[in-house]
Design a protein around this ligand. Structure first.
Ligand code: RET
Length: 310
């Protein structure tokens, strides 16, 4: 708790610094030239809008985005319908998963529509229109989902209120700084690759910090989970590695404009985002709900015992 209090002013100062730096950069931007066609200023910021796509490439992205939001809708049904199997003490885990599903569904559904409006089929290829496709929607969605996903861990670990606030302050501030610095960086993925790298590096510092806080929290508390019969401490430590692997797909997707600036690169990027979205939200939620149900069995919660398979 004391640590959390110390962290707040530091977090506020870093936020302020980033805001000032970003504002300075925006004002330093060269004004659009008179030759630029109306609409191109906007579309020129996002890598996906600078390319043309074959029907196959365009379709794959449409399908992959559909898979993304369909998985969130399916997850929502699962978390709501199975929440009764979890004892009230851990049930908030299912509620948080459901919150994540709804916000991700809305974001991904809107991104899918955005993709379909951003291109039109002319002379055998899908070409940019004046509507911009933007991955920026993803970042604003993460600012809801990342704190929810991490708070879910504190519920399943059964942390006290004090510890939840202490760890929560650290990873929520760290997580938001990671997202917003990355959000700033993605504005430069077409116009200024060094700035993309610079903001990506700043964001990565916060990512490492969040991973450290989460790793320490799990390591310190996992041994309080029942070892018999399902070795939950081991499962909980596994969750840490699962987070690390699935979350790391996001920075890889962020770097695609720098490492693979082609239409297939754009396809790869949307596939990476979708795999990351399904694993880090839906499958992660299912793993935590499994652990929460096992803990509920230990509490003799009747529906958990009734649905246990041995
Ligand atoms: C950014 C910018 C480049 C550097 C790093 C990034 C990390 C992003 C992460 C996002 C996780 C999102 C999740 C969403 C779930 O709903 C911002 C791409 C390190 C780790 C888990």
């Amino acid at each position: 708790m004391r640590f959390a209090k110390k962290l707040l002013p530091v977090g506020a100062a870093v936020f302020a610094l980033i805001f000032v730096l970003f504002t300075a950069q925006v004002y330093a931007q060269v004004p659009p030239t008179a030759e630029a066609a109306p609409g191109l200023i906007n579309t020129g910021l996002v890598f996906e809008n600078t390319l043309t796509y074959t029907p196959i490439q365009h379709d794959i992205i449409s399908h992959v985005l559909t898979l993304g939001y369909a998985a969130q809708a399916a997850g929502f049904v699962y978390f709501v319908l199975s929440s009764n199997n979890i004892a009230p003490r851990y049930r908030l885990s299912s509620t948080l998963s459901a919150v994540v599903m709804v916000s991700a569904f809305l974001e991904l559904f809107q991104l899918f529509q955005n993709w379909n409006n951003a291109f039109s089929y002319v002379d055998g290829l899908w070409r940019p229109t004046t509507t911009a496709f933007s991955n920026g929607f993803r970042y604003v969605n993460w600012s809801i989902d990342v704190p929810m996903l991490l708070l879910q861990l504190t519920v399943v670990l059964g942390l006290t209120r004090g510890r939840t606030i202490a760890y929560g302050t650290q990873f929520v501030i760290g997580g938001l700084l990671m997202i917003y610095t990355g959000y700033i960086g993605q504005f430069y993925e077409v116009t200024n690759i060094p700035l993309l790298f610079l903001w990506g590096a700043i964001s990565s510092v916060f990512y490492v910090y969040v991973a450290y806080v989460v790793g320490r929290m799990i390591n310190r508390s996992a041994d309080q989970l029942p070892r018999e019969p399902d070795n939950l401490p081991k499962a909980m430590r596994g969750v840490f590695w699962f987070i690390l692997v699935t979350w790391t797909l996001y920075p890889i997707a962020y770097l695609i404009p720098a490492i693979a600036p082609t239409a297939w690169g754009a396809v790869t990027r949307q596939i990476l985002y979708t795999v990351a979205d399904i694993t880090s939200k839906v499958i992660y939620g299912a793993i935590l709900s499994y652990i929460a149900r096992k803990r509920s069995e230990a509490l003799e919660h009747e529906p958990a015992l009734a649905t246990a398979r041995r």
